[in-house]
Ligand binder design. Structure first.
Ligand code: 5GP
Length: 221
């Protein structure tokens, strides 16, 4: 199944990872708004919705039991326990979107990135770093809804996560949002120009050369 995605006529996967509150949701939302060839992957999670989050738009919010059923049925491309809750990517929507030619953005944690890359090494991975630890704390406390226990877990996980940046293809420092959005859009654009992703169209162009040279040699003999 995944090899089928590995074809220049289908879309690609763009994995975006970052510690909590590094600004990845805002960044990804803006890039999705700009680029009609991109689609988001809507993850499943067992975490309850935060204020303003909508089921089916931000996440598919499910119970722990339902999440385990999805794992057992093999319906998830990857899944992980993050900050004490389950999160996972549905397999079939990704296959369908890529087959329709869309590039799909997966906003997932570092454990999920590792699983997706194992099956799909062509995926492009991007890590988002905040400019400093202090900025991260400021951004996470601005959300206002996190209890102190959750904040502690997220901060200690963030320290582990940022150390993983070196295994990603690209790194964005999210200091100024507009620059970070430009960076992510440029990464996605350049990934579409990779030679291996253009091999089908390249072969079609080369065929026009072969056809022309056959006609030309007929004319000159
Ligand atoms: P939050 O609860 O703040 O929305 O997300 C917490 C963490 O879970 C973030 O690092 C986010 O990227 C990660 N996450 C969201 N969806 C998925 C998913 O489908 N798979 C994995 N592995 N992580 C996810």
């Amino acid at each position: 199944m995944l090899n089928k995605l590995n074809n220049a006529t289908t879309g690609n996967l763009i994995i975006v990872s970052a510690p909590s509150a590094a600004g990845k949701t805002t960044l990804v939302t803006e890039v999705l708004r700009r680029d009609p060839r991109l689609r988001p992957s809507i993850s499943y999670t067992s975490r309850p919705p935060r204020g303003g989050e909508v089921d089916g738009r931000d996440y598919h919010f499910v119970s722990c039991e339902r999440f385990r059923e999805l794992i057992d049925a093999g319906e998830l491309l990857e899944w992980a326990l993050v900050h004490g809750n389950y999160y996972g990517t549905g397999r079939q929507p990704i296959v369908d979107l890529c087959a329709a030619g869309f590039d799909v953005v997966l906003t997932i944690d570092v454990q999920g990135e590792e699983q997706v890359r194992r099956f799909f090494p062509e995926a492009v991975s991007v890590f988002i770093l905040p400019p400093s630890f202090g900025t991260l704390i400021e951004r996470i406390t601005c959300r206002g809804e996190i209890d102190p226990g959750d904040l502690k877990v997220r901060m200690s996980n963030a320290t582990v996560e940022v150390a993983m940046y070196s295994r990603f293809d690209y790194l964005i420092i999210n200091d100024r949002l507009d620059e970070a959005v430009d960076d992510l859009a440029a990464i996605i654009h350049s990934s579409r120009c990779r030679r291996e992703r253009r091999s089908v169209v390249a072969e079609q162009i080369l065929q026009t050369f072969a056809d022309a040279s056959r006609s030309y040699s007929k004319l000159t003999t």
